[in-house]
Write a protein that binds this ligand. Structure first.
Ligand code: SAM
Length: 306
């Protein structure tokens, strides 16, 4: 009994050597850990520290500035949801812009939509793209689609130069609001996104965790309700290797044809024309699409009051 209550308890120190622990001021007092088999890459780009390791239970893991971006095992839950929630909510998406998302996973998912003619991506960090191509071929396969046009640069600057009304959908697959992605969570950025969308166009942004970041979410929702005059909704999914195990998305539309995010009008479940090259959808379906907008009461109170 006594042994378990002092600082020499084997349960406290013995798990750390050989494990990756995700420590950040964005989730103080907790640190999800994965057992490391081998470190495969470590580098420092102009923007961030980049690391890839082989974990013992989640496949290869991509880490930026100490924060897990994706693992081979659960990336589907994120990439499929952030992509198909917006694209299945509008008929015939044709022009799509991805901000961030350098790993290529969102591109892979966008390219399942046969109505899409043009896929622009603006990722700030070339090292992320190169590392994804080297270590995550099943994710970076998204770059192989001829509709994809890559722009390496800051998404904020890129959007400022986009002519008004260009895109049917903008997907913001960003890292957390510390470091290069900070501006992607602020009001002026959302204003440029709204300008770049055609009437009734949609945006889906990575919008953090209801367990950890209600303050950030509250702020995003309040801004979006001011800027987007169509629908504004919050959805969420489970991603075991993200802090708290869940991640949310802010979905908004500009004024135009009425749009109900909760009922997908452009279902992709039956479209398996890309299954041969990309594999079947692992996570997304129309039922989980609708379910992802159901919120726990504590989150619903805050989000609906904004
Ligand atoms: N797709 C990943 C997943 O499965 O979870 C998630 C994150 S993705 C790797 C986030 C990307 O956003 C990073 O590659 C980062 O370099 C990029 N990024 C951050 N700030 C940016 C900015 N201002 N403009 C463009 N890209 C940015």
């Amino acid at each position: 009994e006594e042994a378990n209550n002092n600082n020499e308890s084997p349960y406290i120190s013995s798990v750390l050597p050989g494990w990756f622990s995700e420590i950040s001021p964005l989730w103080p007092g907790e640190a999800h850990s994965l057992k490391v088999e081998k470190i495969l890459f470590q580098g420092k780009s102009d923007y961030q520290n980049v690391m890839v390791f082989q974990s013992s239970t989640y496949g290869k893991v991509l880490v930026l500035d100490g924060v897990i971006q994706l693992t081979e095992r659960d990336e589907c839950a994120y990439q499929e949801m952030i992509t198909h929630l917006p694209l299945c909510s509008i008929p015939n998406p044709r022009k799509v812009l991805v901000i961030g998302g350098g790993d290529g996973g969102v591109l892979r998912e966008v390219s399942r939509h046969s109505s899409v003619e043009q896929i622009d991506i603006c990722e700030i960090d070339k090292m992320v793209i190169d590392v994804a191509k080297q270590f995550f071929p099943n994710v970076a396969i998204g770059y192989e689609d001829p509709r994809v046009k890559l722009h390496v640069g800051d998404g904020v600057a890129f959007l400022k130069n986009v002519p008004e009304g260009t895109y049917d959908a903008v997907i913001v697959d960003s890292s957390d609001p510390i470091g290069p992605a900070q501006e992607l969570f602020e009001k002026p950025f959302f204003e440029t996104v709204a300008r770049a969308l055609r009437p009734g166009g949609v945006v889906c942004t990575q919008a953090e965790s209801i367990w950890l970041h209600m303050d950030i979410i509250e702020h995003i929702v309040a801004n979006c309700r001011q800027i987007f005059k169509g629908s504004v909704n919050y959805a969420w999914t489970t991603v075991p290797t993200y802090p708290s195990g869940v991640i949310g998305f802010m979905l908004c539309s500009t004024e135009g044809p009425s749009l109900d995010f909760k009922n997908p009008t452009n279902p992709i479940d039956a479209d398996d024309s890309h299954t041969k090259t990309r594999g079947p959808l692992k996570f997304y379906n129309s039922e989980i699409h609708s379910a992802s907008f159901c919120l726990p009461s504590f989150a619903k109170r805050v989000i609906e009051s904004k």
